[in-house]
Design a protein around this ligand. Structure first.
Ligand code: SAH
Ligand code: SF4
Length: 348
């Protein structure tokens, strides 16, 4: 496992940046200046932070390293979506995606290099887990993609590689930095966390003060099917997941999205749709149907468009708020579940 310098500035969340400045006997307003340089203006050295006193710049440079993810490869889809492969300071490679739509830009960033959850339909899951990302490594993905588009990022979604709730503290620290007006300044409701159903993470998020948005990858409301296609969440049964989500809506007043990637013949059968209806009915949620994206080596085929429309119609008719996701960037394998760990340096 690669090791990281404990003094990488990307390790620090907003509170820790404040602590580091306090230890250097700085007034509290310096935190905003530092966040602006790190995640707003994307300074590549402490020396460049021209409105900080010279002594402070030197003090920071002694204690911390500041190394941006390096762009290893960029690909552009015919629909305007761009996919980025970044090399982190320890050589680990991760991917992010920029999705423009009118004057909006959504950045899909990774929270881990690889993922330990092993979902069978997901390219990331098939590649295994490499390491957790640091808060700054997540914020930099968003800020660097926005810089490449020469646009402000309006939305950021933790839907790249990794399970955000397996890296809870770093992800929350990153969300707070993304939300910071001195940094990317993305509104909390426009910051979405997607989890495969890690219940303790949902419970914690329900108690956070910010209005972050929650998406849950359901993919089957039949326990046996879910156990098979999402082996990493077997320990959190569907019944408990539904209870936790209902509690989340009651605590927060917010509507979570249930992501449902339709896989032909596996979770699009009448019995599966009936179970999904029973799971989603009667409480405040939104079902987002995603025709599954093809992944090398996975036996996950797309159902016919007509079947997707039919499932959507059944749910809507039963009063469940439902949408069908329009996938972007499939031609460059930038769509959901297509981000891989295949560029891992050890794999050549
Ligand atoms: N680990 C988190 C977030 C990253 S995955 C999670 O699972 O929620 C982002 C989304 O892409 C999730 O909803 C995931 O289930 C979905 N996904 C994975 N593989 C997919 C595929 N092949 N086609 C469509 N969606 C996929
Ligand atoms: Fe991990 Fe999410 Fe992929 Fe499952 S779908 S393997 S949780 S990244």
């Amino acid at each position: 496992m690669p090791t990281l310098s404990p003094t990488d500035i990307a390790t620090l969340g907003p509170g820790q940046l404040a602590d580091a400045l306090a230890a250097l006997k700085q007034p509290s307003f310096r935190r905003g200046q530092l966040v602006a340089w790190l995640y707003g203006r994307l300074a590549t050295s402490f020396e460049a932070m021209s409105d900080l006193p010279a002594g402070l710049r030197a003090g920071l440079a002694e204690r911390f390293s500041l190394v941006h993810p390096e762009l290893a490869e960029a690909q552009r889809s015919a629909d305007g979506t761009r996919k980025y492969l970044w090399r982190l300071p320890d050589g680990v490679l991760i991917e992010s995606v920029g999705i423009p739509s009118g004057d909006r830009l959504t950045v899909c960033y990774s929270t881990q290099a690889g993922c330990a959850m092993g979902c069978t339909f997901c390219a990331t899951g098939r590649g295994g887990f490499v390491r957790d990302l640091l808060p700054g490594e997540m914020v930099w993905q968003v800020a660097l993609v926005a810089e490449d588009f020469k646009m402000r990022a309006s939305n950021a979604v933790a839907m790249g590689q990794g399970e955000p709730f397996n890296n809870y503290d770093a992800t929350l620290a990153a969300l707070r930095l993304m939300n910071d007006k001195k940094g990317p300044g993305i509104g909390a409701r426009h910051l979405t966390i997607s989890t495969c159903g890690v219940i303790p993470g949902i419970e914690r998020l329900a108690r956070e003060p910010e209005q972050f948005t929650l998406a849950v990858s359901l993919h089957s409301a039949v326990q046996a099917t879910r156990d098979r296609i999402m082996p990493g969440v077997r320990r959190w049964p569907l019944k408990d997941l539904q209870e936790t989500l209902i509690d989340y809506t009651q605590r927060t007043g917010r509507r979570p999205t249930l992501e449902f990637a339709l896989i032909g013949g596996q979770n699009d059968t009448p019995a599966e749709v009936t179970a999904l209806l029973a799971f989603a009915r009667g409480w405040m949620c939104h079902v987002n149907l995603i025709p599954v994206n093809p992944v090398e080596g996975a036996s996950a085929g797309r159902p016919a468009d007509a079947r997707v429309a039919e499932v959507a119609a059944i749910l809507s008719a039963a009063g469940v708020e439902t949408s069908v996701r329009v996938e972007r960037g499939t031609d460059i394998e930038a769509a959901c579940g297509q981000l891989t760990q295949r560029h891992r340096p050890s794999a050549g």
